[in-house]
Design a protein around this ligand. Structure first.
Ligand code: PEP
Ligand code: MN
Length: 359
C-alpha cells in the first residue's frame, strides 16, 4: 500500500472509470451497429424481451456489493442511452432532418412566389367554401393585402357526420375561379387518395389535414403529386411522429413539403387545442422544411388571434395560417374562430408593424 492510501484508491477508481468509459463506448458502437441492421429490417429499436433477458443474466451474475435492484437501475440507464443514440442516428439519416444550420427548403410557385425564403407568408381564407360570393369577398380583401395563398376547401373533415361536409368538387371549382380572378394560389385539403386526380386540375398546393397525418398511404401518394404539400400535425402526434409523417411524403418523391403546427390536445379548456410554440422552434431547428403556425384551429377562438400571430412570428415560423370569413357568426364551420375582414386587416397591420419590435 502506498504512503497515501486514499490517493492510491482514488487512482484505482480513476483507472476503472476510464475502463468503464471505454467499455460503454464500445457497447454504444455495437448497439449502433445493431440499430443499423434493425433499421434495414424495419424493426423497432426497443425490444423489451431482449432487455429483460439481459437484465436477468446480469442479476444472475451479480455477486454484489451492489444489489440486483441497483444493477438493474444502472443498466436500464445504459440501455436507454444506447437507444437514444440509435434513434438519433436514425433521425440524422432522415431526409427532412436539417444537416447544416443554414439548410432550408424553399417552395417556389410558378410565378416565383416563395414560402420558406425568410419572408413571412400568409395563408388565409374561409374554413370552407360556402358560395362564390362568400369566398370572393374574402379573397378580394386578402389579395388587396398582398396575400397570395387562399384556402379553397371543398371537403371538410368534421367531428359529426351530420355537420356541413363542404361543397366538394363544386366548392373547389368556385375557389379556383376566385383565385384566378385575384391572382392567388389555391391550397385545398385532400381527404382521400381517390380525390387526387379530380383535385389536381384545380389545386396549387395539396393540404393534408390533422386527421390524415397518420395515413401513410395518402402520404405516400402525396409523394407522387407535382404540387407542394402542406402537412398538418395531428393533435395527438409528437414532433417526431410529425417529422416521420413528412418523411413519408419526401421519401416518396416530393421534396416540397410545408409543416403546419395546429395545436395539440391538452387538459386546457379555454382553447380548443394548445398551440405548441416550442414545436415550431424545434421543427425549425431540426428540419429544413418551412414551418407555418395555424392560430385558428389551435386556439379555436378569434379574440387572441393577434397575440398568437405575433408569437408564431417571433418564434421563427415561415408564416401564418388563419381563417377569414365575411360574416363569421353565420359560418357553416368553425364560426367561433374565423376572423372577420376588419379583424383580418387589424391582424395584418399588427404583424407588419410588429416587424421593428420583433427584429
Ligand atoms: C383546416 O385547417 O382546414 C383543418 C380542418 O384543420 P385541422 O386538420 O388542423 O383540424
Ligand atoms: Mn376550419
Amino acid at each position: 500500500m502506498a504512503e497515501n492510501p486514499l490517493q492510491d484508491l482514488r487512482g484505482q477508481i480513476d483507472e476503472i472509470n476510464l475502463q468503464i468509459l471505454d467499455l460503454l463506448n464500445r457497447r454504444a458502437r455495437l448497439a449502433s451497429e445493431i440499430g443499423k441492421i434493425q433499421q434495414q429490417m424495419g424493426t423497432s429499436f426497443y425490444d423489451p424481451e431482449r432487455e429483460a433477458q439481459m437484465l436477468t443474466a446480469l442479476q444472475r451474475a451479480n455477486k454484489g456489493p451492489f444489489s440486483n435492484e441497483t444493477i438493474s437501475t444502472l443498466f436500464k440507464e445504459i440501455f436507454r442511452a444506447s437507444m437514444a443514440l440509435e434513434e438519433k442516428e436514425a433521425r440524422a439519416k432522415m431526409r427532412v432532418q436539417k444537416h447544416t444550420p443554414d439548410e432550408h427548403t424553399v417552395i417556389t410557385m410558378p410565378d416565383g412566389t416563395q414560402i420558406g425564403n425568410g419572408d413571412f407568408s400568409i395563408i388565409s381564407g374561409p374554413c370552407a367554401v360556402e358560395s362564390f360570393e362568400q369566398i370572393d369577398e374574402v379573397a378580394a380583401a386578402l389579395a388587396a393585402r398582398g396575400v397570395r395563398f387562399l384556402r379553397g376547401m371543398g371537403w371538410k373533415p368534421r367531428t359529426s357526420p351530420y355537420d356541413f361536409q363542404g361543397l366538394g368538387l363544386e366548392g373547389l371549382k368556385i375557389a379556383r375561379q376566385v383565385a384566378n380572378k385575384y391572382n392567388m394560389y389555391i391550397v385545398s385539403e385532400i381527404m382521400d387518395m381517390s380525390l387526387i386526380s379530380q383535385m389536381s386540375d384545380y389545386t396549387d398546393i395539396f393540404w393534408v389535414g390533422a386527421r390524415n397525418m397518420n395515413n401513410g398511404f395518402l402520404l405516400k401518394a402525396m409523394g407522387q403529386v407535382r404540387q407542394p404539400v402542406i402537412l398538418k400535425r395531428s393533435y395527438g402526434a409528437t414532433i417526431e411522429d410529425f417529422l416521420y409523417a413528412a418523411e413519408y411524403i419526401v421519401s416518396s418523391g416530393n421534396p416540397n413539403v410545408i409543416l403546419i403546427e395546429r395545436g395539440i390536445r391538452t387538459f386546457e379548456k379555454w382553447t380548443r387545442n394548445t398551440l405548441d410554440i416550442s414545436a415550431i422552434a424545434l421543427l425549425k431547428q431540426e428540419s429544413h422544411l418551412p414551418v407555418i403556425g395555424d392560430i385558428s384551429h389551435s386556439a379555436g377562438r378569434r379574440d387572441i388571434a393577434v397575440p398568437l400571430a405575433k408569437a408564431v412570428k417571433a418564434v421563427g415560423a415561415d408564416g401564418l395560417m388563419f381563417e377569414c370569413h365575411p360574416n363569421p357568426p353565420v359560418a357553416m364551420s368553425d364560426a367561433k374562430q374565423q376572423l372577420s375582414i376588419p379583424e383580418m386587416h387589424a391582424l395584418l397591420d399588427e404583424i407588419t408593424s410588429s416587424d421593428k419590435v420583433l427584429a
